[in-house]
Design a protein around this ligand. Sequence first.
Ligand code: G3H
Ligand code: 13P
Ligand code: ZN
Length: 335
Amino acid sequence: MTSYKKLGFVNTKEMFKKAMAGKYAVPAYNFNNMEQLQAIITACLETQSPVMLQVSSGARKYADQTLLKYMGKGAIEMMKVHAKEKGLKEIPIALHLDHGDTFELCKDCVDSGFSSVMIDGSHHSFEKNIELTKQIVEYAHQHDVTVEGELGVLAGIEDDVVAEKSTYTKPEEVFEFVEKTNVDSLAISIGTSHGANKFTPAQCTQNEDGIFIPPPLKFEILEEIEKKIPGFAIVLHGSSSVPIEAVKIINDNGGALKDSVGIPEEEIRNAAQSAVCKVNIDSDGRLWMTGAIRKIFNDKPAEFDPRKYLGPARDALIEMYKHKNKNVLGSAGQA
Ligand code: G3H
Ligand code: 13P
Ligand code: ZN
């Protein structure tokens, strides 16, 4: 058993309390490799933002779960050294399991140093979701680890997160779910989804430049949910904006992304000022990273030193995370 406290992480209790009071959202950024992790820590330290480092099941398989844990620990140590060097305050960092799907996986993460876990029981019946979430909460809380549950299904396809159709969260279910499970935060479905194709062209309108404009998020559902569980921390998954600039860099350099549509940043900004205390962003980082690497490969076909293309990709990520913290989530200066 490794306690997250020994590794230097914090759970989400204090983070969400502050985010709720300050009307901003804590960024939850996924990482699978060193460059992504360096970029997240650098950007969050330099903008003085709290952060949740998210590890998915896919990341555990890709990067090795033991290595990821120690990379997380290394990130804490790096943050402390850089904070001292730059005369900055140390920032709170949580290590979070993204989309846990079984008790065993969540327990394994609690036992190996995660400070927060998500149990995504949204594909189960309401009753089964309550039962599974409650079981994990009971175990996690014994170790002071916080738990995120989910009600409502997000559409979208990534490695281990697959759903064809979304189902919005039913406001009438949230009070019972929260009360019966004793969960610490709740991910909801109000129209966001995973990946870079969040809406089909048929669901969108087009502006005069041919850009797809997606239908608005269901803020009325969020408001209903807030009324049912006032002051409770809400989480928004699938919150990438899929910037046209990043898609253009990819496609101008040999890529073939088609019909990519995300959630306008303005909508995420509005959500962050509500009871939404945590916002998950992964795809935007993938896009900027891919664009930077494709551009180097296109501009300098003789380049073969990974540092020469992963370095610029890391720089692009740093810029993006800083932008999100400062201009979208409002978490900059809140560490
Ligand atoms: O919500 C899913 C995250 O973006 C992680 O995706 O399962 O492909 O690592 P992944
Ligand atoms: P995006 O695919 O919109 O970045 O969502 C990421 C996410 O929800 C991770 O859990
Ligand atoms: Zn997600």
